[in-house]
Design a protein around this ligand. Structure first.
Ligand code: FAD
Length: 510
């Protein structure tokens, strides 16, 4: 029955394998046992990590999923998007090969094969999130819509699951904002775009946030003519402006037509889709084959009967305290449904907090706090943008004075040799100290590189310590080490210079 879902189209061998793992058609829900220590609603990252972790520590756990285990990340988010991005990077690498003295006569993109490869890899990965794996871990897996009956009971498909603690990990979904004419057409969201088998010749994308930018650049690299509409100026409005501008320049080079500061956006259904918008004083009226809406997310809070159990929520999601406890003390929440940090790794670490707080903390003792998490994030454009901690404006608003250190990749040998010298590492430290309070990296592998700074922040290591750690030459990560040198040079005061001079004279004369 679930193979009718758009997420599982086309119904080929790879999607059948995916379905067999994440929503087996023949699955029979178990008979609920004694009250569960923990019932988890939602089988995305937050729910899976909670269920596996709690069961592994000896708790009796039930997990309820209404569609596909793995949630957004595996099925319609991180995994398929990065599968497409990897193919698009190969395409653009082949197109740019002549810059390296390599002659690639003609680059032909077989989009159907690109998508088939993605589906094959996604199905291969899906075993980790499979119903059978979780059953083998000792979790009772139920498929169906979960809804609270009272503060002790959740109902799913006619079964009543009694619980001591419950976790809402129901995630979020695409929810288009009101756009004139949008409801007159069939448009794509992240739930349907990965089911395409034909490359749209002309693709409209609304929203230049992370998802919109990743998809706009990839589809342009694969050969679509892409019109990216954004209501604010430029792309990725939340990011460091210098960082976003570097990515924007590359996206435009890849052929993306950025229609930013978009006004009077109207979608028309005139035998096909027409995108009309004003951008920077010019009017556009573009026929497109497909339109992807990549703005707007809504928490999955409906249908849970939260009112019956006194769990407060609003349009941003379920309200939780710093211990991820809802307004009903027996019920916790984790992941996209309750957080502004809508990332898989954030959902994962919130789940760990929930396990600890729901099952092992005694009163206030042993409670973990979400605010202690140092959460990095990355957008996987080319180059990537990765960030951790505060932006400069956030520090300013919080009244924290900062020193800012920047190392451009144009001075990093490896980046030059790779043809990837457009980018930088920027680190903000608390004024006068080497305590890192935030960092942004723009680099081809910024998502990997940001972890060094995240580790430093988590472990309380300053920029000076990073500078004293040997980094292999030649690597792009040397840029981070060089920032350590920049910091050390600021410690060279006239007095310390005088002392060094004196010591030198004592040792080797003048
Ligand atoms: C296109 C795209 C690309 C992304 N790329 C990245 C990336 O590169 N890196 C990254 O870190 N993050 C990325 N994300 C974000 C990431 O996918 C989410 O942050 C992550 O999936 C959140 O996990 P979750 O468990 O909170 O929610 P979800 O993954 O949404 O899982 C919630 C689950 O709950 C189920 N559910 C909901 N209500 C009920 C109910 N009443 N009963 C039973 N089940 C229910 C849903 O069916 C769903 O399976 C991306 C997202 C998108 C859309």
């Amino acid at each position: 029955m679930s193979s009718e879902l758009v997420q599982l189209q086309p119904n080929d061998e790879h999607n059948q394998k995916l379905e067999a793992n994440v929503h087996p058609p023949q699955w029979t829900n178990p008979t609920p046992s004694r009250p569960y220590h923990l019932v988890v609603i939602g089988g995305g990252t937050a729910g899976l990590v909670t269920a596996a972790g709690a069961a592994g520590l000896g708790a009796r756990v039930a997990l309820v999923e209404r569609e596909l285990m793995g949630g957004d990340c595996l099925n319609v988010g991180c995994v398929p998007s990065k599968g497409i991005i990897s193919a698009a990077r190969v395409a653009v690498g082949a197109k740019d090969a002549s810059e390296f003295g390599i002659d690639v006569p003609e680059v032909y993109v077989d989009f159907a094969a690109v998508m088939q490869r993605m589906r094959k890899l996604r199905a291969g990965i899906s075993h980790n999130d499979s119903a059978s794996r979780f059953r083998d871990l000792g979790v009772d897996v139920f498929f169906g819509q979960a809804s609270f009956l009272d503060s002790n009971t959740i109902e799913v498909g006619g079964s009543e699951l009694r619980f001591k603690r419950a976790v809402i990990a129901s995630g979020a979904r695409a929810a288009a904002p009101p756009i004139a004419g949008l409801n007159d057409i069939e448009y794509l969201t992240n739930e349907s775009v990965f089911s395409l088998t034909e490359l749209p010749r002309r693709l409209g994308i609304i929203g230049a946030g992370p998802i919109g930018c990743e998809m706009a650049q990839s589809f342009a690299q694969l050969g679509s003519e892409v019109f990216l509409v954004e209501s604010e100026h430029g792309i990725m409005p939340r990011e460091d402006r210098e960082a976003a501008e570097i990515v924007q320049k590359e996206m435009v080079r890849n052929g993306v037509k950025l229609l930013c500061c978009g006004r009077n956006l109207v979608i028309k259904n005139e035998g096909g889709i027409r995108l009309t918008v004003e951008s920077h004083g010019k009017s556009y009226d573009e026929p497109v084959d497909q339109l992807l809406v990549a703005v707007g997310r809504a928490p999955n809070v409906e249908d849970l009967n939260l009112e019956a159990v006194g769990v407060d929520f609003d349009k941003k999601g379920v309200k939780v305290n710093d211990n991820l406890q809802t307004t009903n003390p027996r019920i916790y929440a984790a992941g996209d449904v309750c957080s502004k940090y809508q990332f898989t790794h954030a959902a994962d670490f919130m789940a760990r907090i929930v396990i600890q707080n729901a099952l092992f903390a005694v009163g206030p003792f042993g409670k973990k706090k979400a605010s202690d998490l140092v959460i990095p994030w990355a957008t996987y454009t080319s180059p990537e943008i990765a960030h951790v901690g505060m932006y400069e404006n956030e520090a300013e608003e919080a009244g924290i004075e900062v020193d800012t250190y920047v190392q451009h990749f144009s001075d990093i040998d490896r980046a030059i040799l790779e043809g990837q010298d457009d980018g930088f590492v920027k680190v903000h430290t608390k004024k006068g100290t080497d305590q890192i309070i935030g960092a942004t990296i723009v680099a081809e592998n910024a998502g990997d590189m940001i972890s060094e700074i995240t580790v430093a922040m988590t472990g309380g290591l300053g920029l000076g310590k990073i500078g004293s750690a040997i980094h292999p030459y030649p690597t792009q990560a040397e840029a981070i080490r060089k920032l350590g040198d920049q910091f050390s040079r600021t410690k060279l005061t006239p007095l310390s210079k005088k002392i060094l001079g004196l010591l030198q004279r004592l040792n080797v004369g003048s």
